[in-house]
Ligand binder design. Structure first.
Ligand SMILES: *Cc1c(COP(=O)(O)O)cnc(C)c1O
Length: 344
């Protein structure tokens, strides 16, 4: 892969903004900071946050066995993905390839950035049709988005197919691992040194229970990360988020306990769903949600709302005729769901 050729020319040429905190970083309390026009009155939030999030990245780097310079943090995965578009895709010229049905944000970001979205459908088992993908790639295809485990289908995508794409494709392969913590599968982070075109995104929004703080994480080569660093908003991760994220990833035991609970609840839910006559298919899940096919998705969706239960209606998405996506909740919530399903 020729990274220089992938970067948008205007991005390669631009000089990044250098913030006051970029130019002078110190933990020394005796220094007098009069460089950023902040308020001098201490309230724990009067100073700008660390633009490079060194403490948090160092902690993540240890946890994931990468260098801090292989990490970029974003205001949710959404910002990370948007930065990838803006760094590597020239508006009205380039394209990205997505594997539908999948996470809707990739297509929205393509639209927002005036980038063609080449949607290639998965097969009926929601796996990659490798030949279709390789055939669809054209010289302006810059990135391929692979969501594994995939949303909304819930399954991990086949390793061999992903390896095939990584080897054959000269652009970036972005693997979205938002749900990786719910699987025993190894993260693609472990293979970053093997594939220079690999980009892995993760988030604290799912297994870590911190959707409210908005923290998305991008792991890639130091070269790719330095391009993204150059264009990110200087203070994109606020201080409250940096602190809460640090706390959150420090408490692995709590996260592990909650994951185990979700997984055992998921199995219970599947057993109960199996006993409902209008549930036609329960798709295998490697995530904290289950995709089911019912007799009439719009009707069942509306009936559940009337019972105060909101699920995600995926009817209308490719391969998702009459499908509902159900997030695994607490034992009490799941019981309410099952009771509601038994009465409708
Ligand atoms: C939920 C989800 C995310 C998380 O996005 P954030 O912006 O980090 O909250 C990312 N990718 C997929 C596929 C998701 O389902």
């Amino acid at each position: 892969m020729d990274l220089k050729a992938l970067i948008r020319p205007s991005i390669a040429a631009m000089k990044p903004y250098s913030s006051a905190r970029d130019e002078f970083q110190s933990q020394d309390n005796n220094l007098v900071f009069l460089d950023a026009n902040e308020s001098p009155f201490q309230n724990d939030l009067n100073r700008y946050p660390d633009p490079q999030q060194i403490l948090l990245k160092t902690k993540l780097a240890t946890l994931k066995q990468v260098l801090p310079d292989q990490i970029l943090l974003g205001n949710g995965s959404d910002e990370v993905l948007d930065l990838l578009f803006r760094a590597f895709c020239e508006p009205n010229q380039d394209a990205v390839l997505t594997l539908t049905p999948t996470y809707g944000i990739y297509g929205v970001l393509a639209n927002l950035n005036a980038i063609e979205n080449q949607a290639v459908t998965l097969n009926s088992k929601f796996q990659i049709k490798i030949d279709d993908v390789l055939k669809a790639i054209h010289p302006n295809t810059k990135m391929i988005f692979i969501c594994s485990p995939n949303n909304p289908s819930g399954n991990l995508l086949d390793t061999k197919a992903i390896e095939g794409i990584l080897e054959a494709f000269g652009g970036l392969v972005v693997i979205d691992e938002a749900y990786i913590d719910f699987t025993d599968s190894k993260s693609w982070i472990e293979r970053l040194s093997e594939f220079p075109n690999l980009v892995v995104t993760q988030t604290l929004s799912k297994a870590y229970g911190l959707a409210g703080i908005r923290l998305g994480i991008c792991y890639a080569s130091t070269d790719i990360i330095s391009v993204l660093n150059k264009i990110k908003p200087p203070y994109n991760i606020n201080l409250l988020t940096q602190n809460a994220a640090f706390e959150g990833i420090s408490n692995q035991e709590n996260t592990k306990k909650q994951i185990d609970m979700i997984l055992s609840e998921r199995e219970k839910l599947i057993q109960n769903l199996n006993n409902l006559s209008f549930v036609k298919t329960i798709f295998p899940s490697d995530a904290n949600f289950i995709l089911i096919r019912v007799d009439d998705a719009n009707m069942r969706y509306t009936q559940l709302i009337a019972k105060g239960i909101i699920v995600r209606n995926r009817h209308g998405q490719p391969l998702c005729d009459h499908c509902l996506r159900i997030t695994v909740g607490t034992p009490e919530e799941n019981l309410k769901l099952i009771q509601a399903l038994q009465t409708i």
